[in-house]
Design a protein around this ligand. Sequence first.
Ligand code: TYC
Length: 118
Amino acid sequence: MASKTPKQPHQPPVNPQRQGDAVVATRPRLQPTKPPAMHQVVLLNDDFTPMEFVVLVLQEFFNKDRETATSIMLKVHMEGRGICGVYTRDIAQTKVEQVMEAARSSGHPLQCVSEPVE
Ligand code: TYC
């Protein structure tokens, strides 16, 4: 897969410089790097997963307190989807896998996706 990260210009390996008696290996400064793109984990509504299971998922995998978890669950229930958290891409994907596995092993059809933050 092609990376979106621009290639850094070629850096000579080291550039020994004298500082008094010491010889210090230095490198030219790299270009400043961009912060990683962030991804949101979104829970989707369905008609079968128990509300209590969704609240427990939000507490367990997204570190929400019970009140916040309940309010996110109700938002998903009423509006069809809701954001559980925002993470780097790999962490967001891991959260999706954890939720999907918990749902699968409990026999619930709960769906969870991650998507880049706009
Ligand atoms: N709609 C479900 C019910 O009435 C509850 C639910 C909430 C399911 C959020 C999924 O992501 C979800 N039991």
